[in-house]
Design a protein around this ligand. Structure first.
Ligand code: FAD
Length: 282
């Protein structure tokens, strides 16, 4: 059993929002020791195409934390992908999370990178020094007919060169552990980090669950029912739930956990304080 990784996800401030808020997030994470921070990439029309590179540069150069830049590809042609990868390289990014991205209503994909595996292969070919990560879905991606089919596609992504996988959020560790067993049986042998989203308010959970289709187990439903209107209580219960999820995953041999910070550093810091000794030997 290897040493588990602990990593975080942040997102760039909204295009018309104050840029400085990312410093509030990163400053607020002081004391947390992630192996890396990943920075999301917007897919919608209003997305700022340079934001991921700029925030990645800040994380790496001002906070001295290794960074993974996300890139969604279904709306890019090769020239646009080259431009994004060039920006990442200039920002000192050494690893990209290669994604297909979600479909934007009323917009046709470019037809070049139809699946994330196409982008993985392209980065491997054009940027041989860049490490490439991929996403995976313990409860099956919503577009896939079933988990076996999804895992077969995941194997294609790993064979194309993805060296490390980060999972979609889930709330029941059994779903993740069963998925990892199936992935291993299918010959997927790269590290798989578990995506953990702390529950901090009821509306956010409902929004995320409707977007990604994650199952809401009884423990989370109980938290929402009991404390849905009490912002502080739900936050505290959510921090404890996420901390217990992480402790259980690490004790069961997970390769690592990836916390979706939602740019709420105080929540992430409290979780870290609860679990940091589980990651002490890195
Ligand atoms: P893929 O790996 O291409 O899979 C998508 C679907 O296509 C699956 O159903 C799969 O089974 C199927 N498929 C794959 N290959 C094939 C094939 N060869 N033939 C037929 N079917 C195939 N979105 C953003 O917009 N920005 C982000 O920064 C972002 N970060 C994310 C980070 C993580 C860790 C995760 C889990 C998701 C993230 N997403 C992000 C959401 C992601 O873009 C969506 O879930 C998207 O719908 C799928 O992207 P993918 O890279 O997993 O796609």
């Amino acid at each position: 059993m290897g040493v588990p990784q602990f990593s975080l996800e942040v997102f760039p401030p909204k295009r018309n929002g104050p840029v400085g808020t990312i410093y509030d997030t990163l400053d607020g994470l002081e004391g947390v020791r992630p192996d890396f921070i990943s920075v999301t990439y917007g897919t919608g029309r209003s997305a700022d195409r340079t934001a991921t590179a700029r925030i990645s540069h800040t994380v790496r150069s001002e906070y001295d934390i290794p960074v993974v830049a996300h890139l969604t590809a279904q709306y890019l042609d090769e020239q646009q992908a080259d431009e994004a990868l060039d920006m990442f390289q200039q920002a000192g990014v050494k690893a990209v999370l290669a994604l297909r991205g979600d479909r934007v209503e009323g917009r046709d994909p470019a037809g070049v990178f139809c699946h994330a595996s196409d982008l993985v292969a392209y980065i491997r070919k054009t940027c041989p020094d860049m490490d490439v990560f991929g996403a995976c879905y313990p409860e099956c991606h919503p577009d896939a007919a079933n988990l076996d089919e999804d895992i077969a596609h995941l194997k294609t992504k790993v064979d194309a060169g993805a060296s490390h996988l980060i999972s979609q959020l889930f709330f029941d560790n059994e779903d993740f552990l069963r998925f990892v067993d199936k992935a291993r049986a299918a010959g997927i042998n790269v590290p798989i980090e578990a995506g953990i989203m702390p529950v901090t308010n009821a509306a956010q959970v409902r929004r995320m669950v409707s977007m990604c289709g994650a199952r809401v187990p009884a423990g989370i439903t109980a938290i929402l029912d009991r404390w849905g209107d009490d912002r502080e209580a739900i936050k505290q219960a959510g921090i404890l739930y996420a901390s217990q999820q992480i402790a259980d995953l690490v004790s069961q041999g997970a390769d690592g956990v990836h916390v979706y910070t939602m740019n709420h550093p105080a929540t992430t810091r409290k979780i870290w304080n609860n679990v940091s000794s589980l990651f002490a030997n890195r």
